[in-house]
Design a binder for this molecule. Structure first.
Ligand code: NAD
Length: 295
């Protein structure tokens, strides 16, 4: 049993922390929204009065926050994690944030002799609830070995991606590839429609040919072809367009900083930006096909 401080009990952090409680760990949870803390307490966790309270005596501190700004605040500012965590505590940030912030916070942690991991996830709220998330982890190998048994409580696939920041790098590269392939699949089906080619025929051919992709065979943006598609539920998320846009913008920021050429990533960010600006932030990201169709 580990003593864990969990900061950020939102849509993802709440169920992740609850799974740690279910596995028998002593988890003290904190959030700036009191209702999130109350929900966690109802699930059997210990409610903290403050982040400092959650950190007191914790062997492991896990954060699941919205973005880089909150991660900097919670770790670096005033009475933050680096000032208050118990000596030797293992720090794990599972938020999806920019690579630069992840590296800066990990460096600051190292100078204070804390081992820190960036460990963003994929799998969404259902994966968080079911304990089947994928963790992409950056940081020292010994810290990864310490964290792995806990990550296995919250996830099914746990991969050590490399040094600090590598988890975030893996997450944004994966999601940039996904966005580009989803747009590609959508364009293929829209063109087929204009050419009078039946959608089922295109699916039967392309899903067994070189045009095959996860975006087509598991998450097809056209309704009626794949049972698991949000397209069958009027594009109810799933993975929202707003979340995809956030990750695409992080990817563009990283590409600029690193000097990488990602023209299709840039185009995907622009298209999802328009889609979200037209009021579809909460729709599943595969709904981009509607936008491309002009409906
Ligand atoms: P969320 O907004 O539901 O949860 C974030 C929580 O952090 C909120 O409860 C908020 O009150 C709390 N918070 C903010 N500032 C705080 C502070 N200073 N101290 C303590 N708590 C604070 O977001 P979420 O959906 O749980 O996502 C969390 C992270 O996981 C994000 O980085 C997101 O990109 C990533 N993510 C989300 C999903 C998804 O499907 N929701 C999937 C993969 C990754």
């Amino acid at each position: 049993m580990a003593r864990i401080g969990f900061i950020g009990l939102g849509n993802m952090g709440g169920p992740m922390a609850a799974n740690l409680v279910k596995a028998g760990h002593a988890v003290t949870g904190s959030d700036v929204v009191p209702a999130a803390v109350a929900k966690f307490a109802a699930a059997g966790g210990t409610a903290a009065q403050s982040a400092a309270d959650a950190m007191a005596g914790a062997e492991v501190i896990i954060t699941m926050l919205p973005a880089g700004k909150e991660v900097r605040e919670v770790y670096l500012e005033g009475e933050g994690v680096l000032a208050r965590a118990a000596p030797g505590a293992l720090l794990i940030d599972s938020s999806t944030i920019d690579v630069e912030t992840a590296r800066a916070v990990a460096n600051a942690a190292e100078t204070k002799r804390f081992a820190m991991l960036d460990a963003p996830v994929s799998g969404g709220v259902t994966g968080a609830q079911a304990g089947t998330l994928t963790f992409m982890v950056g940081g020292p190998a010994d810290a990864f070995a310490r964290a792995k048994p806990l990550l296995e409580v919250m996830g099914k696939t746990i991969v050590h991606a490399g040094a600090a920041g590598s988890g975030q790098a893996a997450k944004i590269c994966n999601n940039m590839m996904l966005a580009v392939s989803m747009i590609g699949v959508s364009e293929g089906f829209l063109l087929a429609d204009k050419l009078g080619l039946d959608k089922q025929k295109l699916f039967d051919i392309a899903s067994k040919s070189s045009g095959q992709s996860w975006a087509m065979t598991t998450y097809c943006p056209v309704p009626g072809l794949v049972p698991t598609s949000p397209a069958n539920r009027d594009y109810q998320a799933g993975f929202t367009a707003a979340m995809m846009l956030k990750d695409l913008r992080l990817a563009q920021e990283a590409a600029r900083t690193a000097g990488a050429t990602t023209p299709l990533g840039a185009e995907a960010a622009a298209l999802f930006g328009l889609f979200v600006a037209h009021g579809h932030a909460g729709l599943d990201f595969s709904g981009i096909i509607r936008f491309l169709r002009g409906t």
